[in-house]
Design a protein around this ligand. Structure first.
Ligand code: FES
Ligand code: FE2
Length: 376
């Protein structure tokens, strides 16, 4: 590589980098969320038409002020998010059961309730109508919970999370907390986002798809890793020599994930970094991916700040590289696999827990350990 310094241990670019090399700065940021208009239909790509259950981010906490109402679209549904005067975030389906206004546009917060912009009916967090200012009586049906469907919400790690279950089953597990987020000495989030045109199931394969790390991300070798799947949780530790502009360093990457939409990755070696990742389905073939990074201030703002920033750039570049594949990838329900592929089938088995209550129950209390060794 003519433009790389002699002691730069990064390997040469993979094929997908040629597309990315021409994208820099604002163009790259715009590309990450731009439409891919000529992609094949979800049916042609055989994409799963189910969304998994679990916790999914719908907003950053600091992007939803007290009294603010936001329209969002996730799970192929229009939703409305608001923060009441008590500081709590709430989510309902967006359409008012009176005459169908979308409450995310012009709706306002009244106390802790949401007021529809059309005729001022007010809803509480359970989706029940609490007030109709011009009526003597609220219709009994409107007073019931879920008159407009309400979604359980928890705020943690600086994000607003919604519990999604297609059959309205109450939450089956908690969201992990990450102690670094908001701690003194740690930077405020650096936020990045993508629209990935694929199903969340295909994206979920990625962490255990060992061969792609070399061919797509050009990691120096297939990483050596240990993954433990315990019930619905997955935790993996990968050790690798990390290529940096200043040579190779020993690095460890520890990731934990309680459900397909919610996880974190801790990087050590170059610069300590916590990545909080949130993947939320938008449509059958579209995902909203959020990456939020926090680092120790002493490293991020000190003399080694350049390395801390470079690490974030490299991690985002990996997502860019995957996105080029993901945006047009088809689902292969029965893939042809080879002996070097690593544990992709186990990733799929683990993912299946979030599609069926029976599979979730069956996996409870079971532990599987998967080790991968460098091959190239
Ligand atoms: S449509 Fe919402 S109050 Fe009439
Ligand atoms: Fe990847």
């Amino acid at each position: 590589m003519p433009d790389q310094a002699l002691n730069d241990a990064r390997t040469s670019p993979a094929a997908v980098w040629t597309k990315l090399e021409s994208l820099k700065g604002d163009d790259l940021i715009a590309w990450r969320t731009a439409d891919v208009p000529d992609r094949p239909s979800p049916d042609e790509r055989k994409l799963d038409d189910r969304f998994p259950f679990g916790w999914f981010a719908v907003s950053y906490s600091d992007e939803l002020a007290i009294g603010e109402v936001k329209a969002v679209r996730y799970f192929a549904r229009d939703l409305v998010v608001w923060r009441g005067e008590d500081g709590q975030a709430r989510v309902l389906d967006a359409y008012c059961r009176h005459l169908g206004a979308h409450m995310g546009y012009g709706g306002r917060v009244n106390g802790n309730d949401l007021e529809c912009p059309f005729h001022a009916w007010q809803y509480n967090e359970n989706g029940a109508v609490t007030r109709i200012p011009y009526a003597r009586m609220i219709p009994p049906q409107a007073k019931r919970d879920n008159c407009v469907r309400a979604w359980p919400v928890v705020e943690r790690n600086g994000l607003v999370w919604l519990w999604y279950h297609p059959d309205n089953v109450a939450q089956l597990f908690e969201i992990d907390s990450y102690s670094e987020v908001g701690s003194p000495g740690w930077t405020a989030y650096k936020k990045f986002e993508w629209r990935v045109f694929n199903s969340i199931g295909n994206m979920h394969d990625n962490g255990l798809d060992m061969a792609h790390f070399f061919y797509v991300h050009r990691t120096a070798a297939f990483p050596e890793s240990e993954t433990v799947i315990e019930g619905h949780r997955m935790r993996s530790v990968a050790r690798a020599k990390l290529g940096t502009p200043r040579g190779e360093v020993d690095g460890a990457i520890v990731s934990q994930n309680s459900s397909p939409g919610q996880g974190c990755v801790r990087f050590t070696g170059i610069s300590e970094t916590l990545l909080v990742s949130a993947v939320t389905p938008v449509e059958r073939d579209q995902l909203h991916v959020r990456f939020a990074f926090t680092q120790p201030q002493a490293e991020a703002e000190g003399p080694m700040g350049g390395l801390a920033r470079a690490l974030i750039r490299d991690i985002c570049k990996q997502l860019d590289q995957d996105k080029i594949i993901w945006d047009r990838q088809r689902n292969e329900p029965e893939p042809l696999m080879c002996d070097g592929d690593g544990p992709v089938p186990m990733a799929r088995e683990r993912y299946a827990q979030f599609l069926s209550a029976e599979a979730f129950e069956r996996a409870k209390g079971k532990t599987r350990r998967i080790e991968t060794k460098p091959r190239v």
